[in-house]
Design a protein around this ligand. Sequence first.
Ligand code: BEZ
Ligand code: FE
Length: 259
Amino acid sequence: MADTARINAVVSDIVEGIRAAMFKHNVTYDEYQIAQSFLLDAFAKKDIPLLLTTFFNTTIVKIEGKMMGGSKPSLEGPYFIEDSPLIPQDGELAAREQDQGRMKALLRGRVTDLDGKPLAGATINIWHSTPDGRYSGFHDGIAPHYHRGRIITDADGRYSVRTIMPTPYQIPSDGPTGALLTAMGRHTWRPAHFHYKITALGMHTHISQAYFEGGDYVDDDCCEDVCAEHVVAEKTDDGVRIVEVDFVIPEAVTQALAA
Ligand code: BEZ
Ligand code: FE
């Protein structure tokens, strides 16, 4: 059932926030109409999801992390695919012939609950861009099994999988969202990252990203998703980048966010 009091409280505060910004900057009627045209254009071009992802998805996951506890979550982005290939422990994500020369990465870590108990049998989805900043299954006809896979944690909650290093890439920049970022004097680049989505029976679905210390755009992500906890220190072993990430996952509590 709709919670009228909550809807009123949230929407009223959003409206008040917008009004305060309009007063602060003496927004003109021309600018108001430009904003209206912009929103109509974004809707017509189906760019609203990208617009919301760019400006608000990280805010939502920060709230979720605060309410649920456990490891901090990240935005998911639009490039997740269900049922990606099952990869055995210590296996390797498929890479195209032309990507073989890239620096290799070893992703490993442990999944536990809030009490530190290992989560055996959890599914970790991992996906990342090609070295030219594209996503399989979405861009350039790249077959969807490349650079993505599912790993099942062992009895100790551990996972280990090999792949190649991704690169920074631009979010779609030729639509209204890209035009708005450009008009603001900002850019459309994201730092290189791995995506993770972890599911386990009875547990909250945890979504995260790992970024790389010192990488381009790590301090200037167009989606403002990077936080210190998600930046992996520079570590290599025999030329392979070691990406060590542990995840602490809360139980699924459907009422937790409604409090
Ligand atoms: C991503 O991280 O995959 C992503 C995030 C926002 C917009 C586009 C892509
Ligand atoms: Fe991404």
